[in-house]
Write a protein that binds this ligand. Structure first.
Ligand code: SF4
Length: 397
């Protein structure tokens, strides 16, 4: 099979380690000894060999090393990991390869190593330029440490940098958020992700701010609903003025620097998750890897036991029905500002979009929540504001 005939595939590699746990975080991440980190990467490499052997018909177009905090581990472990990815998958010459990093994890010596390994995009977790807000979130770094990380990334040759920001955090005001946006855009990163804080069950924030909690004592309150809306609208207008186009509900970039990996998720490019708890969508199936570290480390990925290990790793595999694929096409595609294409829908499902969703689309267009431009259907500004409610309408019974 020639490279041209190979199907596109995205890889997500999960590094579940962090220096400490942020108060709002419900990701699969934790502190671990260096010996555990080493053992994990060795097992991950065995998994990569086993998974790669089943993916010969694919060409990898993007790789995302996320977490957790991949930059918390020894860069030589990242080197071993990258070598193994290149040995076991066919990675396209122009692949976008991202690593997530956090300030406060000794980036000065690590970033040049990443660049030399072929990693060409860095995603830096900042969240806020206000040190008090960073403290409320339980982040381990200051804004000044972030600035150094950003400079190190540029000095190491990274010309594609994302900065993660968070709005609606405790104590945040319109002024402090404007200040964060201002300080960040002055650095001219290529990409900015700006999500609103979600108080997730099982986190310390849920105890402090979840249903029935009494945010009292030392903790500042969360912005009220009105402020939250104003923060959200400020993000959009401020970033637009600074030349950042919004291409998805929470993602902005300078022209041409949209994240290819994320666009793949929203346009149903198959992706394979590698490592603890990583999720996959491949060959029309969704599944998530084992989440328990001991169980993960005990899997035997040697050739003789490979199939058994992969099936234990994946647990329950869900085969999407045609209807579920259509729903996902709409849910995910409409997150993007450009929306979904009628032509693509026909070519994927062999039926016209209006035959499946004609009535719901008409109603949403009449109500000013959806719009049609040529073959593209997209949410209006208002539709974006209430996207959770609008997207629900595309569920097929
Ligand atoms: S750095 Fe990220 S993954 Fe780690 S605890 Fe904080 S929010 Fe969670």
């Amino acid at each position: 099979m020639t490279n041209r005939q190979k199907k596109p595939l995205e890889l997500y590699v999960h590094i579940p380690f962090c220096a400490s746990k942020c108060l709002y975080c419900d990701f699969l991440s934790f502190r671990a000894l260096r010996s555990v980190q080493e053992e994990y990467i060795m097992q991950l490499i065995r998994e990569i060999r086993a998974q790669g052997a089943c993916c010969r018909e694919y060409q990898v177009t993007t790789v995302f090393i996320g977490g957790g905090t991949p930059s918390v581990i020894d860069p030589l472990l990242i080197r071993d990991l990258m070598q193994s990815l290149f040995e076991n998958f066919h990675i396209a010459g122009d692949a976008e390869i991202t690593i997530e990093v956090n300030p406060g994890t000794l980036l000065q010596r690590k970033l040049p190593v990443y660049r030399a390994l072929g990693i060409n995009r860095v995603s830096i977790g900042l969240q806020s330029a206000n040190n008090r807000e960073l403290q409320y979130l339980g982040r381990i770094h200051t804004f000044e440490e972030f600035l150094k990380s950003f400079q190190y990334a540029r000095m190491s040759g990274f010309s594609n940098i994302n900065i993660d920001l968070m709005s609606s955090i405790p104590g945040q005001t319109m002024d402090s958020w404007r200040n964060t946006l201002k300080k960040v855009t002055m650095l001219k990163p290529e990409h900015i992700s700006a999500y609103s804080l979600i108080v997730e069950e099982g986190t310390p924030f849920f105890e402090m701010y979840g249903e029935g909690a009494n945010a009292c004592g030392q903790s500042p309150s969360l912005p009220d609903e009105d402020t939250e809306n104003r923060l959200y609208h400020l993000t959009r207008s401020f970033l637009a003025e600074q030349g950042y186009g919004r291409y998805e509900i929470s993602n902005y970039s300078r022209p041409g620097w949209e994240c290819r990996h994320n666009i793949g998720y929203w346009t149903q490019i198959p992706y394979l998750g590698l490592g603890l708890g990583a999720a996959s969508y491949i060959k029309g199936c969704r599944f998530a890897n084992e989440r328990d570290m001991d169980a993960y480390l005990s899997l035997d990925f040697s050739e003789a036991f490979r199939d058994n290990a992969l099936s234990c790793l994946r647990g329950a595999v869900h085969h999407l029905t045609r209807e579920e694929k259509m729903e996902e096409f709409m849910f995910l595609g409409l997150r993007m500002i450009r929306g979904v294409s009628e032509l693509e829908f026909v070519s994927m499902f062999g039926i016209k979009l209006e035959h499946v969703y004609g009535a719901v689309m008409k109603q949403l267009i009449d109500n000013g929540l959806l719009q049609k431009k040529g073959v593209w259907i997209s949410l209006t500004e208002w539709g974006m504001d209430v996207s959770n409610l609008v997207l629900r309408e595309f569920l097929l019974d």
